[in-house]
Design a protein around this ligand. Sequence first.
Ligand code: NAX
Length: 329
Amino acid sequence: MSKTIRVCVTGAAGQIDYSLLFRIASGEMFGPEQKVALNLLEITPALDALKGVAMELDDCAFPLLEEIVMTDDVNVAMKDVNWALLVGSKPRGPGMERGDLIKENGPIFTSTGKAINDHAADDVRVVVVGNPCNTNCLIAMHNAPDVPRDRFHAMTRLDENRAKSQLAQKAGVAVTEVKNMVIWGNHSATQVPDYKNATISGKPAADVIGDLAYLQSEFTSTVAKRGAAIIAARGKSSAASAANGLIDHVKSLLTPTPEGEVFSSCVCSDGNPYGIPEGLIFSFPCRSNGDGTYEIVPGFELDSHLTDGVAKTVAELEGEREVIKGLLG
Ligand code: NAX
């Protein structure tokens, strides 16, 4: 059995983590033979609730769970971690604009980035889920200058899974038939679900669906607005599906990507083959060798509708970067 993997999970008393932690501890994220230790970070007022979560983890008697550390100190939380899963953030309050949310959450990710820089293991990899996740990831990356930039990700895997499911239902096939469902850009309403390069049973999705107007309008907006639809239906934001997206994300980095396939991840745009401005955290088609590393896969061609969408999502990310430029160190 290989060395224990130490995982920091932030916002550990929150609703996403209530779905996530038990799946990590049971071996779903890192495999059925891999021991894990959990460093759980919460804000001070949530530490009692966090104790309750830890009691439940204890009560599962997970054979793979070696240790639980609970703390409200981000420097303790990041000590020796191999993975930092940054879920915790302040929720959007009533009447709050996206720009306000970015300003509220930015400082959390400066201290988190510094703590990762100073205390995490040399092989640390970071996945940001807490919104606005691309820009939060950018802030963390800039505040961890000793950690290579290719260790930082933000999550669009939930969006990819949502898009796959929509296409499968529309085509009347199993979701496993849908491949290469790339999300481009920001995890926000400007995200660009790429219907052109997606395939269904090995054929272009657009040919199988045979309805470009649907793909360009209803499909795209259903995927981009799915989070709001879940809140309207459930009264709470997506949690189990977000946790599942994060598990899929990490597994994709730790499993060799099958030949000819890709997955979506927001990664640093430095040197990307698509002409996206440098230094953004942008969702691209990626593949992995299975050792945690990835490469951005070149050669995906977009139509003019998708190209326009990419320009809008780039502009949004540049605007977000402008709002928090004082936090980039
Ligand atoms: P909850 O409000 O249930 O939980 C968040 C937790 O974070 C709370 O327990 C809070 O105490 C904690 N927290 C706040 N500030 C913290 C800090 N500085 N350090 C550590 N913990 C802190 O939210 P939940 O539903 O779990 O969602 C968490 C985040 O995921 C939100 O920002 C949400 O917008 C985002 N999402 C991102 C998704 C994605 O695909 N990237 C999809 C789902 C979700 O909307």
